[in-house]
Design a protein around this ligand. Structure first.
Ligand SMILES: [Zn+2]
Length: 237
């Protein structure tokens, strides 16, 4: 009796798979996943806006600092022209003062546009924050609903798992591994009875080639379907 336990396992496991599918396809799960995505997006945007605001504020502070430095440079020229006799010298100072004043003008323009960008970012931040708060409420409600949906099925799931755990102890490890790997790729049932008269896989309906057929002669024989990788087995009496 090579396969009776794994077949029993497979049968019990079908109910677990059905419960898993029910949860995966449920509206509550779709709602929960959507709410999670919305919240993640808002959280992400908030993080980006915060980083942008910090960068803008840093740039703005640096510009203000440069402006102040240039202004105090300008202050040093205060009254300097009073003592200048030479026209050439006066022109020289005037040029310097004009150049500094121009630099200040350019920087002030930049600082002003940075300030208005900071305002824009702040506005977006506030709006996104409000959206985030709402998204968080929706998410928490959806999560509660989803958890209770899952929770309702939990006692039955636990029961099935207990049965499966007990059965697993009686199943050889390689057989179990094959089963689990087929299960994880949604190839269920994983173990399929082989009908030598039809010479085809009972699940994917591909014709079984001769070299595989030759491995499936006696009760208890088994071989992998070359097409879907399920295990074809010869039933035992
Ligand atoms: Zn197959």
């Amino acid at each position: 009796m090579k396969f009776d336990k794994i077949l029993q396992y497979q049968k019990v496991d079908q109910e677990l798979l059905a419960l898993e599918a029910e949860v995966a396809k449920s509206d509550v799960r779709q709602k929960f996943m959507f709410a999670k995505k919305t919240l993640d997006t808002a959280t992400n945007t908030i993080g980006k806006l915060k980083a942008e605001a910090n960068e803008l504020l840093g740039g703005y502070a640096a510009m203000k600092e440069r402006i102040d430095a240039l202004k105090s440079e300008l202050d040093e020229f205060d009254g300097i022209l009073d003592d200048v006799q030479d026209v050439g010298e006066a022109e020289h100072y005037l040029k310097l003062v004009t150049a500094i004043a121009e630099k200040i003008g350019v920087l002030e323009k930049e600082a002003n546009s940075a300030a208005s960008r900071i305002d824009q970012v702040n506005d977006s931040y506030k709006k996104t924050w409000e959206q985030g708060v709402k998204a968080s409420e929706v998410y928490n409600a959806a999560k509660t609903e989803y958890n209770s949906f899952v929770g309702e099925r939990q006692p039955r799931v636990a029961e099935i798992k207990k049965t499966l755990d007990a059965l697993q102890k009686e199943i050889p490890a390689p057989l179990m591994e094959t089963y689990q790997s087929l299960r994880s790729t949604k190839k269920m049932p994983a173990f399929v009875e082989y009908d030598p008269a039809r010479k085809m896989c009972g699940r994917c309906y591909m014709e079984v080639p001769n070299d595989v057929c030759s491995k499936l002669r006696n009760a208890g024989d088994y071989a992998e379907c070359p097409n879907c990788r399920r295990i074809l087995f010869m039933p035992e009496e």
